[in-house]
Design a protein. Structure first.
Length: 444
């Protein structure tokens, strides 16, 4: 477990030296700031467990800074240091959010006792924050089929460790849900889970979202902004569809992963962030590296602990449980699902996986108008591809690629060529639909 890191804000050199030396002997890691300006800069660049704050500083009264700190970091404990004749001010500081106050000259034993109490308070606040987030929130249903059980066993190992995780699987299989599950059972569960879909942004916009920027660093950067790497300090950064990330951004990310440091766009200051990285992709990253579309060194850096999430067609035994879990979320009252519906759903290849299943079930509930859903509430799913070859005993030999192509064509026809609407019906992203259409076109 890492030592508690403290920010000491004090302009008296002798007092600061005494704090640093005594606290280091007692196992604390300290960083000092001698002015309010230094304190603001330092707390924005690193993560701290507590602040020891002298109220009287060369460039102002820290009482004005205290509300700003508590607003930005509500669980961060602050211990105020004040002169022996300034007790009313110290009392005011505690009303403004400080956990404790000490008077000068500070007794080191009192400082240690105050820190222990304040750090415990901070820890309890974090736990309460997590409990509030998780209240009435149950585990998602993953299933009991061998393929998903194996994936969950790997996820449990990942949750118990702090290593980089790469989640592999088709679009819509629940990679994001699994990433959040891992975070929620890790030692970082009380900190932020920060998610970014790398396929939705390109160039400076993606760099800015990740690393942040300063005002005027590029077109449309009208004010300073912290990046998600900064926001994820102490928590988990989840980069979905990392295979779609620009090569230039890949280079910067690799350095950040290795050094846990970064710079905002247009800024020279080096900032630190202690984040846990989880990535996900529906691409074959080995092929992407061979094609020069993904950095080889970044691939090996993020593929420390890969977890493959199986496609829905590989785990049809989970169909009843998945349907009931999804339908409960829609307040569907006619459970269990009719066997004829389960038979229909189990016979379909689900190119959009669980996301497509959710969309189809929601539409079926709307069409059922409060009654039990039946096969006729799934228009299109009961249409079998024509002229499929037959194997032994007349059994259909179903070509999944052909079924997917045929279904995409039917959905596009149903949506009158509207690709955005079709991607929503299929339960896949627009970029994934375009890739599938390109693949279909190239095969013709």
């Amino acid at each position: 477990m890492r030592p508690h890191k403290l920010l000491l804000v004090e302009d008296d050199e002798a007092a600061l030296f005494g704090y640093e030396r005594y606290l280091a002997k007692n196992g604390y890691d300290t960083k000092s700031a001698r002015t309010l300006a230094d304190a603001r800069s330092t707390i924005g660049a690193e993560r701290f467990d507590a602040i020891v704050l002298d109220l009287k500083l060369p460039d102002g009264d820290a009482m004005d800074w205290l509300p700003e700190v508590k607003k930005a970091y509500p669980t961060l404990p602050v211990i105020v240091i004040t002169g022996s004749s300034d007790i009313p001010t110290a009392v005011k500081a505690t009303k403004n959010g400080a956990e404790d106050f000490l008077t000068k000259p500070v007794e080191m034993m009192d400082l240690i006792a105050s820190l222990q109490k304040s750090l415990e308070i901070g820890s309890l606040r974090k736990q309460a924050l997590v409990q509030n987030r998780l209240v009435k929130q149950e585990d998602p249903y993953f299933g009991t089929s061998p393929a998903i059980v194996e994936a969950m066993e790997h996820a449990s190992v990942a949750a118990a460790n702090d290593t980089v995780v790469l989640i592999l699987g088709e679009t819509g299989t629940g990679k994001g849900v699994l990433a959040r599950w891992i975070h929620g059972r890790s030692e970082r569960k009380s900190e932020a889970f920060v998610e970014l879909n790398c396929s939705s942004l390109k160039g400076d916009l993606l760099r800015s979202e990740l690393f942040g920027h300063v005002k005027g660093s590029f077109t449309s950067s009208i004010k300073d902004r912290e990046g998600l790497i900064e926001v994820a300090d102490g928590g988990t950064l989840f980069l979905d569809e990392i295979g779609d990330m620009d090569m230039e951004v890949q280079t910067q990310l690799l350095k950040t992963i290795e050094e846990k440091s970064f710079r905002r766009i247009g800024e020279n200051q080096v900032r630190k962030s202690d984040f846990r990285l989880i990535c996900a992709t529906n691409r074959d990253l080995i092929k992407e590296t061979e094609n020069g579309k993904f950095r080889n060194d970044l691939y090996y850096r993020i593929c420390v602990f890969p977890i493959r999430v199986p496609a829905l067609r590989e785990r049809k035994d989970d169909m009843p449980g998945l349907c009931e879990e999804i339908l409960r979320g829609f307040d569907y009252a006619h459970l269990p699902v009719a066997p004829s519906v389960l038979q229909l759903l189990s016979g379909y290849p689900w190119p959009g996986n669980i996301r497509e299943l959710r969309n189809m079930l929601e539409r079926a509930c709307l069409l059922a108008r409060g009654q039990a859903i039946m096969p006729e509430h799934f228009p299109g799913l009961n249409v079998r591809p024509a002229a499929l070859p037959q194997g032994e005993n007349g059994a259909d030999l179903v070509n999944l690629d052909e079924m997917e192509k045929n279904h995409i064509r039917r959905v596009l026809e149903h949506c009158r060529g509207d690709k955005y609407k079709a991607s929503d019906v299929l339960g896949i992203s627009l970029s994934s639909l375009y890739r599938k259409l390109t693949k279909i076109s190239d095969a013709q």
